[in-house]
Design a binder for this molecule. Structure first.
Ligand code: 13P
Ligand code: SF4
Length: 336
């Protein structure tokens, strides 16, 4: 934030101003578990990627202020095109999205015409437009199990999530070579040291972690599944191998328990925090609601093509029967 803008915000009660704007704009504030506690506490709803997509599709608010990363806000716009969607910082990207450029993904798809494309929601709208079904970490297993056994699958962009899903479902999948810089930063050596210090503490890990971390986990699942496990486990201390801001929800709901974030390489670094999520701040949320900017826009041709695989995910994840025939027969999309 530049100096002049910072000066103009001096003396403002940002929480009160955000509340006022939320009412005036008829806005809903959605936040991912990886956002800082101040943003989580202000949000109307905090959730995982699937839950946030559902909220974005259902809301009757006129404005969605999305405290998360850009692909999440894009999903909100794809599902609710008539609403204004603002993201506090447009630079809030994702290393998984960066690892999968739309034209390279389109070429990968075309070279495997007999494969159905399951694509993790952590990707651009243009990559979604090339996909058959979108998945999140909480919906992927159900969706894979709904596919006919003989159906060949390619999975992008997270190779670790893809490998874990392959192990879980027994389905061979062709994997795109992408990864999350945050979940790759956990150190196996430091995790083992922590486990020695807390021998009774179970490890709950996100499936974006590499196999050498998942091998030490007692529970593997999406952010909301990790939260549920942490609250329901009889253990007093739990080691959490995902972005540590989720611990805020755990501490609020179970203040008597101890939650320890899994360590990065030097045991004490901030490399397990998502640098993209960290770009969103209270100040930027206030400015986004005040100016209704930065705004997410998705070209209509891409939006319509991305909507189909997203709607398939929402339908299958809620148990509805869905036509799973690959439908990407329109010309390739080359980028946003
Ligand atoms: P969840 O769908 O589990 O919330 O994961 C989102 C994400 O970006 C994890 O890095
Ligand atoms: Fe992307 Fe990783 Fe950040 Fe999740 S934690 S938003 S996958 S960079």
């Amino acid at each position: 934030m530049d100096a002049r803008r910072a000066e103009s915000l001096k003396g403002l009660d940002l929480r009160a101003e955000i509340d006022r704007l939320r009412r005036e704009r008829r806005a809903v504030i959605l936040a991912h578990y990886y956002q800082t506690p101040d943003l989580q506490d202000l949000a109307d709803f905090v959730g995982d990627s699937l839950e946030l997509s559902r909220k974005a599709a259902e809301t009757d608010a006129e404005v969605i202020a999305f405290c998360g990363v850009r692909f999440m806000a894009e999903v909100a716009k794809i599902l609710s095109p008539g609403k204004i969607v603002v993201l506090p910082d447009m630079e809030a990207g994702c290393s998984l999205e960066d690892s999968c450029p739309p034209d390279e993904f389109a070429a990968f798809r075309s070279s495997h015409p007999d494969h159905i494309s399951l694509t993790y929601i952590n990707c651009s709208a243009a990559v979604k437009a090339h996909s058959d079904i979108i998945v999140t970490s909480s919906s992927a297993e159900t969706i894979i199990n709904a596919l006919p056994k003989e159906q060949k699958i390619l999975f992008a962009p997270d190779r670790h999530l893809g490998a874990w899903l392959s192990r879980r479902t027994g389905r061979e999948m062709l994997l795109w070579d992408g990864s999350c810089i945050v979940h790759e930063a956990f150190s196996e050596t430091e995790l083992l040291k922590l486990k020695t210090l807390h021998p009774d503490a179970p490890v709950a890990a996100h499936p974006e972690c590499p196999a050498h971390i998942l091998d030490h986990a007692d529970m593997i699942g999406s952010t909301s599944a990790i939260l549920k496990f942490a609250l329901e486990s009889p253990a007093e201390t739990i080691i959490v191998a995902t972005e540590p801001h989720i611990i805020h929800q755990m501490q609020q709901k179970a203040p008597h328990k101890r939650f320890i974030g899994a360590p990065g390489a030097d045991g004490n670094c901030n490399c397990n925090m998502c640098p993209y999520m960290a770009l969103n701040t209270l100040e930027k949320l206030y400015v986004a609601l005040r100016d209704l900017s930065p705004r997410i826009e998705v070209p209509e041709e891409i939006r319509l093509r991305a909507l189909l695989p997203l709607n398939r995910m929402l339908a299958i994840a809620s148990g509805a029967a869905t036509d799973l025939t690959p439908a990407q027969t329109t010309p390739p999309v080359t980028g946003d």
